[in-house]
Design a protein around this ligand. Sequence first.
Ligand code: C2E
Ligand code: MG
Ligand code: MG
Length: 457
Amino acid sequence: MTGSAPETFPASQNELQAMAYTDPLTGLGNRHRLHDKLRQLIADRAADPAPFTVGIANLDGFKPINDLFGPSAGDRILCQVAHRLKACIPDGATVVRWTGDEFAFLLPLIFERRSAEKTGVMLKEVLSAPYDLGDRNVRLSASFGFAIHPFAGDGFDDLVKSAETALYRSKRRGRGQITVYSTEIAEQMKRATQLEQALRNAIMADEVDVHFQPIVNLANDSVVGFEALARWIDKDLGFVSPGIFVPLAEERGFIDSLSETLLRKAAEAALSWPRELFLSFNLSSAQLIDPTTAFNTISIINRTGLDLARVELEITETAMMTDPVTAQKIVSELRAAGIRIALDDFGTGQSSLSRLRDFTFDKVKIDRSFVSRITSDNASEHIVKAIITMCQGLNLEVVAEGIEDFAEALRLKALGCGMGQGYFYGKPVDSEATRSLIDRQYVVDDARAGLLATRTA
Ligand code: C2E
Ligand code: MG
Ligand code: MG
């Protein structure tokens, strides 16, 4: 016994060391292994330093799969991910299990952004193939963050922090995104976080308002409805466009509370309008992938007492593309409740005619980019003409967006466009100014009707 002890001691110490550097589930190295490899690489290149890359991959939607199929299915997926990554990483690279559903890489021969992105695309594709769970297959995507030494940091901690920042940005942007760290990206993220805080506070303090822009019947210029447009003026930042803060609220996961506030305010304002005027409200792309959107939207409107038949919801083609099945379901539920659906910014997104055939809409809004060139550019005029004709055939109403002058209005009328919206007819204004506009129109209408009555008497 005494003779065997000295022989087993070094072996078990090696084993202990190996264990300290290995992830027991997947058999890959762990973060200590990566740290060690990185230190070694920097030491090897001390005389002749060259850039290299650290990357982190996070599996998208792993937690729900783990919750649904159980932890042992989750473990099987993680082992298959590890196996695939090990088999496909470039020569000389290291892959380790970082934390739960995160894997990290050391890529000694990746020197610059484009190569890092290309590697990310390759790894993403490898991970997107189905995972075999015996009785079923599941699919996953992955998000990536890369940091290139020495631009993104000198030592292990700094590089990992930069890769995590890049990964965080990828996750914020949706599934399957790849980001390579840069100081501009870090700066952008810092600004976005400041804006996020200001916007969250503004929502809490009820400082985000809704304005209304008239939509007119082009045949007689009378107002037929209003589009609600979000407005926010921050005391430090000044006017912030909804084109910036709506996507930010989507990215940071609080679009629901923002949209609820806006829809409630818009619907309450619309209650005081004449019954024949409709309210058009924009749904955001994140809302079109959330199966609860139809129910929530209908409940908010019902709570205000506004007739659902007076409401239109605007959605874009691009927004519908992320998850067409869910989007279609939401659209059907909303329409079944009597809400009408308008396809916004038509012509700019991933326009597909088959979508017009397969989805059921009530209205198409031709994007301003075509309308603003209709009097100067022959091609734009033909496109607008074709859209109008197509919509007539499909029994869809048409609104031309962004009409800024009389000539555009005239041309659109001549092409048979039913409705229009734009600065020529009125800029978006607050609910009080909207009421005055309505009152003025009804005074004119009443006078016209009175005149007609005296003439026919
Ligand atoms: P959108 O839905 O296409 O809204 C039309 C945009 O064009 C509005 O910009 C409007 O002010 C602007 N506009 C209207 N007529 C003219 C014109 O004659 N000339 C020019 N140059 N512009 C015109 P706005 O208010 O900045 O909104 C930008 C986008 O932000 C909207 O595009 C919509 O996608 C989004 N948005 C605005 N409010 C909301 C909201 O409450 N919820 C959601 N989800 N998105 C919103
Ligand atoms: Mg719109
Ligand atoms: Mg639009």
